[in-house]
Design a protein around this ligand. Structure first.
Ligand SMILES: [Cu+2]
Length: 132
């Protein structure tokens, strides 16, 4: 093989690599864009003030919401008592989510805790319990 053909092959091989690299990057960029667009259209996020007191409350609310229709993710910050909920806009809405939190025994913004559910909470999880 002459030096010339060797160089030609080398250029060819690297061209392919360059083209593949470019194609892969393009596909990646488009799929990421599509994903972002999709989730922007179909999901929304709200923050709801709850009456959570302790880690058990956090778990109860996060798990309870996870079973709620249309809820993708729920995460409660005990310091602020705010639960951040990501939900599918076609399946549920903020009012339904607040009601679901109420049914778990907790206040949700201006929706008071469902009395029955609140009565079933352990004493440490009642609203007037000292933080622990
Ligand atoms: Cu608790």
């Amino acid at each position: 093989m002459s030096v010339f053909t060797f160089i030609l092959r080398w250029i060819n091989r690297n061209k392919k690599t360059l083209i593949y690299g470019y194609a892969i990057k393009t596909v990646l960029v488009f799929s990421v864009m599509g994903f972002t667009q999709n989730s922007a259209k179909n999901t929304a996020e709200i923050s709801v003030k709850t009456s959570a007191v302790c880690g058990m409350c956090k778990e109860r609310i996060e798990k309870g919401l996870a079973f709620e229709k249309g809820v993708k993710e729920a995460s409660l910050d005990l310091k602020t008592k705010m639960v951040t909920v990501t939900y599918k806009v076609r399946k549920t809405d903020p009012d339904k989510i607040r009601k679901a939190i109420s049914r778990l025994g907790y206040d949700a913004d201006d929706v008071p805790a469902d009395e029955k559910a609140y009565g079933k909470l352990p004493a440490c999880c009642k609203k007037d319990a000292a933080p622990h």
